[in-house]
Design a protein around this ligand. Sequence first.
Ligand SMILES: CC(C)(COP(=O)(O)OP(=O)(O)OC[C@H]1O[C@@H](n2cnc3c(N)ncnc32)[C@H](O)[C@@H]1OP(=O)(O)O)[C@@H](O)C(=O)NCCC(=O)NCCS
Length: 199
Amino acid sequence: MEQGNLKVLRLHEHPQYLKPCCELINDEWPRSETARMMSLQASCDKLPTSLILINDTKLLLGHCKLTAIPSIPESCFIETVVISKLMRGRKLGSYLMRQVEQYCQDVLKLKMLHLSTKGQEAFYAKLGYEECAPVSIYGTGVTYSTPQNISIKIQNPVPENSNTQAGPQPPPPPPMPKPDRLAMNNTITSTKTYMFKYL
Ligand SMILES: CC(C)(COP(=O)(O)OP(=O)(O)OC[C@H]1O[C@@H](n2cnc3c(N)ncnc32)[C@H](O)[C@@H]1OP(=O)(O)O)[C@@H](O)C(=O)NCCC(=O)NCCS
């Protein structure tokens, strides 16, 4: 995967880019370095695979991660697409995505690609991606449902008269999960836009 002065490489074959890649991604989506490094170190020839974009001076310009979708083996999920802040708006994101698509078709023999985004719909639409129902990368089949209020039955409710009893109060229940991706009864509710493209 090489064109002009740009190359797209598999991260696990070039471990010297692990740390710069961690910094590039964390600059956009801050997360613990340990967790990010573990995710990047999982890159392999099958899936997940992290692909990186570098130039002729071996500078890291971009990253993209491919993850399996157990319920759609002919597709994979494109995640963590990022171009370094100073290099945006120069068609590098488009170049990376086109190379990733070629890789998925030629090397992984996939027929389609899925992704989710919140804010970059226009970028992906220009590359031919269309909106679709949410997919899960966690193995369950899913059906689409619009975001809604969800009530949860508390398994062991605190007795009504517990306030009158002596002794320490029980801790408050854990917070509700974030509504970004919430699986209940095999249904995903999402505030993200899911998109796909046939290769
Ligand atoms: C999204 C991102 C990868 C795009 O990379 P890029 O190199 O800046 O994009 P390109 O220069 O290839 O843009 C290609 C086209 O998409 C358009 N575009 C890019 N980002 C856009 C956006 N947020 N909204 C609308 N259009 C956008 C460009 O204007 C350009 O249009 P043109 O062909 O008509 O000139 C980059 O902006 C980035 O890293 N963003 C932060 C991380 C992120 O949000 N990643 C996506 C996660 S889902």
